[in-house]
Design a protein around this ligand. Structure first.
Ligand code: GLY
Length: 361
């Protein structure tokens, strides 16, 4: 349970994911990637940079690496091209060349924008993911989606670009705020809902240990979520089909996120979006009312968000239709036919979306 290897569609190994309990294994990992004579740039936001960035940079220097720290203001508002431009300037000022390496230390924003900078600086340099939030450990740090928001559009500019390795210190979860931790739990329970009834049961039974941040339970949880995500992205790396199932709860979730002006965290919006998507599944006759109630109960038992402020019908529907997961005039919704089994439905009507939305206000 210490390591997973992500493969390409032709079964070629692409990168390792290490699951550790401190940052100490980072130096041996970097040596194994043959970066000894290369420059390293640790990229972090202002919060994680203060918490871990400086210490990690020092640790790398002591181990003989040339290492510099680039930080940007924490928050989704920094996930844009001007932060990436600032990073390019920093890399140029420090003479980074094509063989040098970026280390993305932090949550989803850091991972996405560092990956995008790595994909584009000098037409592509290596990067290592060091996710410190739950959401980035189980979701955004694997699968190669990188990018930034553009104007009002989330993740509008980006590239599929794989890391050279992912290093997870599961104990970093203990320094997260409760709100950030629960937002990440939204993506964790999503994995059970879409793919694995046994995992759903594990999450239900282990709730106290998970909320109590028991290291071994957290490690098992992150490992099981990673196994689910890894299997999906290995079969469908570019989201031509199955990978879209990972967007369960995301269409209404993204709409809520956008219409709340990003005052709610992504994972919180996914949590309410999953309740609405379960309700839609009931309306479409695929999911039992009992299963939809179990989904709501699971989220609520963890203290995750289950309600949002009311939104206007036209606002909600127009944002849902503009979401990148829509296909022509019909929206591609991820629905469930049971807990553990998701599918794509392109026949959902606006009336059904609006009715399902009533379940979360
Ligand atoms: N977060 C969804 C995906 O990686 O496809």
């Amino acid at each position: 349970m210490n390591e997973l290897i992500v493969h390409d569609t032709d079964n070629t190994p692409i990168y390792r994911i290490l699951l550790e309990e401190s940052f100490e294994g980072l130096v041996p990992l970097l040596h194994s990637l043959d970066v000894s004579n290369r420059k390293l740039c640790v990229v972090s936001d202002s919060v994680v940079g203060e918490l871990y960035g400086k210490t990690i940079c020092e640790m790398l220097k002591e181990a003989g690496f040339f290492s510099v720290l680039f930080t940007f203001p924490a928050g989704e508002a920094s996930k844009n091209l001007s932060t990436v431009e600032g990073l390019y300037d920093f890399l140029i000022a420090n003479s980074f060349d094509r063989n040098d390496v970026l280390l993305a230390l932090g949550g989803g924003v850091t991972g996405d924008l560092t990956g995008f900078a790595a994909a584009t600086y000098l037409r592509g340099i290596r990067f290592v993911g060091i996710p410190t939030s739950l959401l980035s450990m189980v979701d955004s740090s694997i699968g190669g989606k990188t990018g930034v928001d553009f104007k009002a559009y989330k993740n509008m500019v980006g590239a599929f670009y794989q890391p050279s390795a992912v290093y997870i210190n599961v104990n970093a979860l203990k320094t997260l705020s409760e709100r950030e931790f629960l937002a990440g739990m939204g993506e964790v329970v999503k994995h059970g809902f879409i793919r694995d009834f046994g995992y759903y049961t594990f999450l239900k039974e282990q709730r106290e240990r998970i909320l109590g941040k028991d290291t071994e339970t957290l490690r098992s949880m992150v490992y099981r979520s990673l196994c689910i995500k890894k299997a999906v992205v290995e079969r469908d790396p570019k989201e031509r089909g199955e990978r879209a199932l990972l967007n369960f709860g995301h269409t209404i979730g993204h709409a809520v996120e956008k219409l709340s002006n990003f005052s709610m965290l992504h994972g919180e919006c996914v949590s309410v979006g999953m309740i609405a998507a379960a309700e839609l599944s009931v309306l479409r006759g695929t999911l039992s009312k009992e299963d939809a109630s179990r989904i709501r109960e699971m989220l609520s038992s963890y203290g995750m968000r289950t309600k949002v402020p009311a939104l206007g019908r036209e606002d909600l529907l127009s944002v849902c239709h503009r979401d990148k997961k829509s296909d022509g005039s019909k929206i591609k919704f991820i629905l469930l036919d049971s807990i553990g089994n998701a599918f794509i439905d392109s026949e959902v009507s606006d009336e059904e979306i609006w009715t399902a939305f009533q379940a979360i206000i």
